[in-house]
Design a binder for this molecule. Structure first.
Ligand code: HNI
Length: 143
């Protein structure tokens, strides 16, 4: 289902509350991905340390969340803002697209922890729809 105007507003409002903590949210989400879905570690075997809080996990988590922030602030052109990354993941990194949904779920968990009571059912819905769109855009080049 496409993002409604209300969804876009709630994403902008909630992101503005936690954008100052974005690097920590990215690192938390990425650490969750590697821990809960440990098969995803195979893609990062060239990283020296995949434990939560490591420099590698913090650094890569920050990159991931910066891309999410870019898509959230260009919410009417998610495809355009992720175009280069979509090609990178499909043609160079060859990440199985099932993994995008796993990371999306981990980002939802990290956001909910950061937002606390502001992670309302409406915010949950809007972020879930948005992150599904991000996952779809990243999967597009595989078709
Ligand atoms: Ni992903 C690199 C963003 C999902 C495996 N990834 C990046 C970079 C960004 C990024 C940004 C850095 C690009 C650069 O250096 O130019 N990745 C995202 C986003 C999502 C995502 C926004 C989904 C929401 N990536 C995933 C998933 C996997 C994944 C699910 C595998 C399980 N990504 C990689 C790998 C790299 C990568 C591997 C290269 C890492 C490196 O530095 O060598």
């Amino acid at each position: 289902m496409p993002l409604s105007g209300a969804d876009k507003e709630v994403i902008a409002a909630t992101w503005s509350k936690v954008s100052g903590k974005s690097a920590a949210i990215g690192a938390d989400a990425f650490a969750r991905l590697l821990t809960v879905y440990s098969q995803t570690k195979t893609y990062f075997s060239h990283f020296a340390d995949l434990s939560p809080g490591s420099a590698n996990v913090k650094g890569h988590g920050a990159k991931i969340i910066d891309a999410i922030a870019k898509a959230a602030t260009n919410i009417n052109n998610i495809e355009g803002s992720l175009k280069v990354l979509s090609e990178l993941h499909a043609y160079n990194l060859r990440v199985d697209p099932v993994n995008f949904k796993l990371l999306a779920h981990c980002i939802l968990v990290s956001l909910s922890i950061s937002l606390g009571a502001d992670f309302t059912p409406e915010a949950h819905l809007a972020w879930d729809k948005f992150l599904c769109e991000v996952a779809d855009v990243l999967s597009e080049k595989y078709r």
